[in-house]
Ligand binder design. Structure first.
Ligand code: CMP
Length: 139
């Protein structure tokens, strides 16, 4: 089925001028960005977005990294978009990421891992709504 998923090009990748190379990976795999914007997340936005991780030992560092500099938030649409996005990204820890994936190619560490992607339909819907209005989705 045609799905929509939420994706972030994280600060480490934006700082290294990798927006285009990362978008190319998604587009070449058949995912279409139907909404995208560059934003500098506030602390409140980052803490709310990652609230599910707030008890984890890496939460503080995660928030600091996400608000250190701008990101690109986007909605990707396509056949099986949620799983496909996760395949294109590769494993969370770049040390475990498969050849050809974004994280294998570009990520610096598990924290600075260049991209975020929704892990399931419910989180995709929730994460899209967190950053975009319905009017902004122009698929
Ligand atoms: P992301 O998909 O954005 O969701 C939570 C993020 O926490 C994850 O990617 C990683 O960048 C970051 N993170 C930092 N340390 C860890 C860890 N030990 N395990 C999982 N995620 C981590």
């Amino acid at each position: 089925a045609i799905e929509r998923t939420f994706s972030i090009i994280k600060p480490d990748a934006v700082r290294r001028n990798l927006i285009g190379k990362i978008l190319t990976k998604f587009e070449e795999a058949g995912l279409r960005p139907i909404a995208l914007k560059k934003i500098h997340m506030t602390r409140a936005q980052a803490e709310g977005f990652y609230a599910v991780h707030k008890e984890r030992p890496f939460f503080g560092e995660l928030v600091e990294q996400m608000i250190a500099s701008p990101v690109v938030v986007q909605v990707l649409e396509g056949e099986g978009a949620i799983l496909k996005n996760r395949e294109i990204m590769g494993a969370t820890n770049p040390a475990n990421a498969a050849e050809g994936t974004i994280r294998k190619e570009f990520a610096l560490s598990v924290g600075e891992n260049s991209v975020h992607g929704s892990d399931a339909p419910e989180t995709a819907a929730q994460e899209i709504k967190y950053f975009f209005t319905d009017e902004e989705l122009v698929g």
